[in-house]
Design a protein around this ligand. Structure first.
Ligand SMILES: Nc1nc2c(c(=O)[nH]1)N[C@H]1C(S)=C(S)[C@@H](COP(=O)(O)OP(=O)(O)OC[C@H]3O[C@@H](n4cnc5c(N)ncnc54)[C@H](O)[C@@H]3O)O[C@H]1N2
Ligand code: MOO
Length: 414
């Protein structure tokens, strides 16, 4: 039995994995950088390599609340004489003496001469006489000076996204400010005479403009600066005006709708006149009519109007472009294998990013099912998903119990 081909697939259309490097070649990272206080750096991209100017930890310190002692003094003695205390921020000021110990707290400096810490649960105190269960090895419960970082050791590289962990790393080495790339500016608008603002009453043939809100959500998650130009009528001059305004302020102009072949699909046509379309259509579903180019100094990305196509092309194509524009190191999506719990219907021809729900079954194995109808007009299929099920270009339908590739959503979509 012959398998019918996806009628939207053409042999000339590129696989998204082959298209992406070509799209990325058209992106030049922003040159401008700025110094920001660490408190304002979350979500920004580091524009410099960072090396540590200090040793971390800066002194030998205890990993437990207990007693610091010299390893060689036990087990011969068993009982040691307590001669002082070392608390975090209040080091012991006395001098080491053989056969003694010092009461010590977690993070407090291990005084010179002592090399091991026994936790207090393994100790018995009788006044100043401390009987310790000997530690198994020298250095137990001691965090050595420079054990984590030496002076000059690189801690973060240029292009790192500053998340909570990087905030912590930067603070660890004592930097109150860092140099980051300036924020990318993105202007976006929706096109379509059928689109109505939220809160208005729908007349026959009209729908609400949902894509602009999804795009705004994606851009906010990314931490870029954005300008929402609203809904633009399916009219050449209105679209032309919107393009000019967007390109005058933004590094990237994003549109939704009007990139297919319909008679009112003016986005691509106007951009052809005002700038240049350098790429159009690829072998992916949803998202085939994605267009890219430039207008003035701004990069142009034309997202297909079907709501799911808008979100998927943003996530799979625009996101890596924005990452490069803002200087971020490329991110390779995490892919896992999971067992499909119900069959999937697919025609060979395009790579499909079906919306999936990834979970673990009672045996702890990863399983996945689709969110139901995969029509690209149904935004709700994105809402209930937590991953894409990635089905390769020439693959046909997939039976239940087959292992499939899944890509869990990252924080931009979650
Ligand atoms: N003859 C062909 N028709 C279509 C093709 C094709 O190759 N040949 N491609 C189909 C594919 S695939 C897609 S995806 C869509 C993309 O079309 P456009 O980018 O031109 O988008 P529109 O025609 O303007 O709208 C498509 C669809 O999406 C709804 N829409 C548009 N904008 C919004 C919005 N902001 N919020 C909510 N919904 C929106 C619009 O009402 C349409 O239903 O073309 C196929 N057609
Ligand atoms: O690619 Mo369209 O995005 O199939 O709906």
């Amino acid at each position: 039995m012959s398998v019918s081909q996806d009628p939207c697939a053409k042999p000339t259309l590129l696989h998204p994995d082959d298209a992406l490097p070509k799209l990325l070649q058209q992106i030049t990272t922003l040159e401008a950088t700025e110094a920001v206080a660490l408190t304002d750096a979350l979500g920004r991209v580091l524009a410099e390599d960072l090396s540590s100017g200090i040793e971390m930890p800066p002194f030998d310190n205890s990993g437990m609340d207990g007693y610091a002692y010299r390893f060689d003094d036990l087990p011969q003695t068993g009982t040691l004489k307590l001669i002082g205390r070392s608390f975090a921020g209040h080091p012991f000021t006395g001098k080491f003496e053989p056969g003694t110990c010092v009461r010590i707290m977690t993070g407090a400096e291990v005084p010179a001469g002592y090399d091991t810490v026994q936790m207090q649960e393994q100790a018995q105190a009788d006044g100043d006489n401390i009987t310790l269960e000997p530690c198994k090895k020298r250095g137990e419960n001691v965090r050595l000076r420079a054990g984590e970082l030496a002076i000059g050791q690189k801690v973060l590289t240029r292009g790192s996204l500053i998340r909570a962990a990087e905030m912590g790393v930067i603070a660890t080495i004592g930097l109150a400010s860092v140099r980051v790339y300036r924020r990318v500016k993105v202007a976006f608008f929706s096109t379509g005479d059928e689109l109505r603002p939220l809160g208005s009453e729908l007349q026959p043939g009209q729908i609400y403009d949902s894509n602009r809100y999804a795009i705004k959500g994606l851009l906010e998650r990314l931490g870029v600066e954005w300008l929402d130009l609203g809904v633009i009528k399916d009219d050449r001059e209105s679209i032309r005006h919107a393009f000019r305004e967007a390109a005058s302020v933004a590094d990237m102009v994003l549109t939704s709708g009007g990139v297919s072949v319909g008679e009112a699909d003016f986005t691509k046509q106007v951009l052809d006149e005002e700038g240049e379309i350098t790429f159009w259509k690829l072998a992916m579903k949803p998202g085939k009519p994605f267009a890219m180019g430039h207008i003035g100094k701004a990069v142009f990305c034309g997202l297909p109007g079907n709501p799911v196509s808008t979100m998927v092309t943003f996530y799979k194509l625009v996101l890596p472009l924005l990452h490069k524009l803002q200087g971020m190191q490329p991110v390779t999506p995490l892919q896992l294998q999971a067992t499909l719990t119900s069959p999937i219907s697919k025609k060979p021809g395009r790579v499909e990013y079906q919306r999936g729900i990834l979970s673990r079954n009672a045996d702890g194995a990863l399983t996945v099912c689709t969110t139901g109808s995969q029509d690209s007009s149904q935004m709700s299929s994105m809402h209930s998903a937590n991953c894409f099920i990635v089905l390769e270009q020439m693959q046909g339908s997939v039976a239940a119990d087959t292992l499939v590739t899944v890509e869990p959503f990252n924080s931009v979509l979650c």
